[in-house]
Ligand binder design. Structure first.
Ligand code: AP5
Ligand code: MG
Length: 215
């Protein structure tokens, strides 16, 4: 099961990817998480990526294409993967296609989540993420049982640096200009399933699963 979750910032890619990981036992490959990990570690990659991320801009294609190429070669991706936040440009999508072809694989499905712009801003400003296990919460829509603590592991919840309103607006513009064209790209490839991401988290979850099980 080789999947892509596509959608604007705040659409619910990470939320749904975590559920799919548990359901199918295949890893979530989230370029944003990998890049934030590199920033946290202070590695050369992190130093390169930080300025772009803080500005709400995309990290250069060659950087993320290389990261994903390496990641998909790892053992845990053999039975499948859930790409979250990649590809984000046509160049990334083309590179993914040729990397998979080299491995004798091809994408099974691209699930696109559609959400109104106002709802995206509300979701991102209220998001909190666990520092230890990466689980996402929302202060209103998916609150933790204990304020500031992760339900799953008890880790500390934090707010992402790029979830400030002006950076959110920039990320949404970048999405519309550089990533939204991938909807037509994958529609033409007959891989696209479009779902209404405005519904509650468990409803979206059911629809994602039934779309994938529809074969
Ligand atoms: P990345 O981390 O990928 O961020 P993003 O695409 O902006 O997406 P988000 O993680 O913000 O949203 P999401 O769809 O995962 O939503 P979530 O499930 O958390 O990228 C960050 C940066 O890294 C980029 O700006 C760029 O600089 C760089 N980068 C990453 N990948 C790159 C690439 N390929 N190329 C170049 N640069 C790259 O949900 C959001 C909130 O809403 C949560 O609080 C959640 O609880 C809540 N929620 C979720 N679903 C629902 C629902 N159905 N109803 C109500 N609330 C909901
Ligand atoms: Mg995410």
């Amino acid at each position: 099961m080789d999947l892509i979750l596509l959608g604007p910032p705040g659409a619910g890619k990470g939320t749904q990817a975590k559920m799919l990981t548990e359901h199918f036992g295949i890893p979530q490959v989230a370029t944003g998480d990998i890049l934030r990990g590199a920033v946290q570690a202070g590695s050369a990659l992190g130093l390169k990526a930080k300025g772009f991320m803080d500005a709400g801009l995309l990290v250069p294609d060659e950087v993320v294409i290389g990261i994903v190429r390496e990641r998909l070669l790892q053992e845990d991706c053999r039975a499948g993967f859930i790409l979250d936040g990649f590809p984000r440009t046509v160049a990334q999508a083309d590179a993914l296609q040729s990397n998979l072809a080299e491995l004798g694989r091809r994408l099974d499905r691209v699930v696109s989540l559609t959400v109104d712009a106002d709802a995206l801003v509300e979701r991102l400003t209220g998001r909190r993420t666990c520092r230890s296990c990466g689980r996402g919460f929302h202060l209103t829509f998916d609150p933790p049982m204990v304020a500031g603590r992760c339900d799953a592991c008890g880790g500390e919840l934090y707010q992402r640096d790029d979830d400030r309103e002006e950076t959110i607006r920039k990320r949404l513009t970048v999405y519309a200009q550089q990533t939204a064209p991938l909807i037509d790209y994958y529609r033409s490839a007959k891989l696209l399933v479009e779902l209404d991401g405005m519904q509650a988290i468990p409803v979206v979850q059911e629809q994602v699963l039934s779309a994938l099980q529809a074969g």
